[in-house]
Every structure is written in C-alpha cells, then in structure tokens.
Design a protein. Structure first.
Length: 152
C-alpha cells in the first residue's frame, strides 16, 4: 500500500505571518491537528496543535505568529512512498505528519494516526468456538464491587 491510498487530499495551509491564535481557531474549526505552512505555494514548515499549546495554550499563542511556533524544514513524502517506509520515517524523525508532494505541489497529508490505522492488522471474522467436552471449566473470579460506585 502507498501513501496515495491513505492520504488526506484536503490540507489546511496557513502563512507564517498569521497570528497563532487565528491558526488555532482555523485548526479547531476544521478538526485537524496539523497545518502546512506555505509561502508562495512552497512548503516552509508544519504547525501542530501541540506547537500552539493545545486547547489551553492561550498564553503560548498570545502575541505570537505562526512563524514563531512552526517547525521549519518540513519532512515531506511522495504519494508513491510505501506506508511502511513512511511509518519508519515518521518514527525516525519523531514527527506527527508528512505533507505529500508531487511535482513540487502539495497534494495531501498523512498523519501518524493514518499510518497506524493503515498498518493495523486486519482481523479475520471469528467463528463461535464450541467447548471441548473434556476440557476443564474456566472459573471466573467473583465480580469486585467498589464502595465508590453505585450500581442501579
């Protein structure tokens, strides 16, 4: 499987001169954790929700621009890269996403979560197992109740 099979084609892009609080608001509204920072169509960095301080990072964002918080020299990948190679790259570089570039143009993004989901083993449907008549019965321990939990 290749990155083109799992990439998200709609990428949120921001400029380095955007106030960090505006970038947070855009990312929150779009429900994304990463934005690609561009200048004249060229990728100059990546910005994550963690870079922006997360939901309680108002102090981190105050009076700061995207340029102050972004990661420069973004690691990128091509749509034809294997998901296994991309997962190794994300792990080695300790990054959360890979902007996908084809012919010098941003065409998508793949996050660490996308890679984990793609590499997760597919589970075969299970069949009910009939107990072996000669097998010992498994005794389950009694349920433990807590005085802090009220069951109704």
């Amino acid at each position: 499987m290749q990155l083109r099979d799992i990439m998200q084609p709609n990428v949120l892009t921001v400029t380095s001169g955007l106030p960090a609080s505006d970038a947070w608001a855009l990312m929150d509204a779009e429900g994304v954790r990463h934005a690609v920072v561009t200048l004249g169509g060229e990728i100059i960095g990546v910005l994550s929700d963690r870079d922006l301080g997360g939901p309680h990072g108002g102090a981190t964002r105050r009076r700061r621009l995207v340029a102050d918080l972004m990661h420069v020299d973004a690691t990128t990948a091509s749509p034809g890269m294997s998901i296994e190679r991309a997962a190794a790259l994300v792990r080695e570089e300790r990054i959360g996403c890979l902007p996908i570039v084809e012919r010098g143009r941003l065409v998508g993004i793949v996050t660490r979560s996308d890679l984990v989901r793609a590499l997760e083993p597919r589970r075969a449907p299970t069949r009910p197992v009939r107990p072996d008549p000669g097998a010992a019965e498994i005794v389950h321990p009694p349920a433990v109740s807590s005085p802090n939990i009220v069951r109704r």
